[in-house]
Design a protein around this ligand. Structure first.
Ligand code: PLP
Length: 429
């Protein structure tokens, strides 16, 4: 790290907790000092020293078109000239709702919020209000934002009460959350056999992106669907990360399993702070002002964010987008595996569409949270810093997925693989 970056980080820590506005940015997982960025265009980031990086974080996913896409910038500029906020209805919100419902057939009605956390928090309250039940089932390794009922880990046994993962979350709140093992359908069946009539909702990342990238095992999502249908519980797919990305209609299109409620974020803001939750009309109609479940937001459906998001969604709706993204990502993951083999380094890659994960491990595959935890995170950290040095920006944690955009060129991927060749060579020594 340069002196200037260190100085800026030290300065930041004086007035911002930990120097950052979201913990993972602090590089605690990988060590070192965070990079301070100044500009982003296409597949590239530029830091405050003028150094360029090929970006595989893409603001944690939303930049499917790459940074600063012309269509999004134009839409934002035009809207800013009209209004930055009304706090009253606009046609743009209606257009956005119609677009989301068109792309996600399971969503009959949708409400906009300002972040993924707000989307999941609201969806859970709605599911509880709709069912009149309190219990929530979630899965270890999945992240759904930082609302109280979601910062809970498993108790000592699968069906015991949850334990808060953060001070400030009351034990009485944790008592309503059960945390099960991701991709373990048998655990889910057992849980429903015992507690089915008390379960308000199951919330899951249908493609997990917060324990690196873990695809759903065959039959896992189908089991969730069957159990929820039989017990009258609400199945919530948290597609904040994989929505519009693993397919235009998200994981539900890719795996052909319908959720009752879906939470969305990131992509529908085209880079602006936006989230949404939507689903079956009979459930959504329980929301205020028509129903008794309260949920609101001064800036929800903000016109600038809607304009940016609509431009992004219209652009990625063009034929061939997702195939192109998947092919580029495949080029990268195949190349990385070949290089690891050349250098005698155990490396597994996972990929769903343009989401990918890189794992340093001798395991043949990585398909569960336990298997992610068993990977060599120290080796990942060295790989991360080596790649950073070479001008490639990966997520600063071995527990985060990577992403590609339409702006990533063949040349970007070649450069990334050349960098990886050098870094993996050093790691093998
Ligand atoms: N759900 C998932 C799957 C996420 O990946 C995230 C954030 O990364 C969230 C919810 C929370 O979203 P936000 O950070 O916008 O509150």
């Amino acid at each position: 790290m340069t002196d200037t970056e260190n100085t800026l980080f030290e300065r930041a820590k004086k007035t911002i907790p930990g120097g950052v506005n979201s913990p993972v940015r602090a590089f605690k997982g990988v060590g070192g000092t965070p990079i301070f960025f100044e500009q982003a265009l296409g597949s590239k980031l530029t830091d405050n020293q003028g150094k360029e990086y090929i970006d595989y974080v893409l603001s944690w996913g939303p930049m499917i078109l790459g940074h600063g896409a012309e269509v999004i910038r134009q839409a934002v500029h035009q809207q800013v000239d009209k209004s930055m906020s009304f706090g009253a209805p606009t046609e743009l919100e209606v257009e956005m709702a119609e677009k989301v419902c068109q792309l996600y057939p399971s969503i009959e009605k949708v409400r906009m919020v300002n972040s993924g956390t707000e989307a999941t928090m609201s969806a859970i309250r709605l599911a509880r209000g709709f069912t009149g039940r309190d219990l929530l089932v979630k899965f270890e390794g999945c992240y759904h934002g930082h609302a109280d009922s979601l910062l809970i880990k498993a108790g000592s046994g699968a069906l015991t009460l949850g334990v808060p993962t953060s001070p400030g979350v009351p034990a009485s709140v944790a008592a309503h959350t059960i945390t099960l093992e991701y991709n373990n359908a048998e655990d889910v069946k057992l849980c429903f056999a015992e507690l089915g009539d008390k379960i308000a909702a199951v919330i899951v990342e249908p493609v997990a992106g917060n324990m690196n990238c873990i695809p759903p095992a065959d039959g896992f999502l189908e089991t969730l669907r069957e159990c929820c249908t039989q017990a009258g519980s609400v199945l919530i797919f948290d597609e904040v990360m994989c929505g519009f990305r693993v397919a235009l209609g998200g994981a539900q299109e890719r795996y052909n399993v319908k959720a009752d409620l879906t939470t969305l974020g990131k992509v529908i803001g085209g880079g602006m702070p936006v989230g949404a939750f939507g689903g079956r009309a009979d459930i959504m109609d329980c929301l205020a002002p028509d129903g008794p479940v309260y949920q609101a937001g001064t800036l929800s459906g903000n016109p600038v964010a809607m304009a940016a998001g609509l431009a992004a969604l219209n652009e990625i709706s063009k034929a061939g987008t997702h195939q192109q993204l998947e092919e580029k990502t495949n080029q990268l993951t195949t190349g990385l595996r070949q290089l690891a083999k050349k250098h005698g380094i155990g490396l597994v890659t996972n990929q769903v569409g343009s989401m990918f994960g890189v794992f340093f491990t001798e395991q043949a595959s990585v398909g569960s949270f336990k298997e992610v935890q068993a990977c060599d995170s120290e080796r990942f950290n060295r790989f991360f810093h080596g790649m950073l040095e070479q001008g490639v920006y990966l997520a600063p944690s071995s527990f985060e997925a990577g992403f590609l955009s339409l702006a990533h060129s063949d040349e970007d991927i070649e450069k990334t693989l050349t960098a990886a060749d050098a870094v993996l060579g050093e790691l093998s020594i």
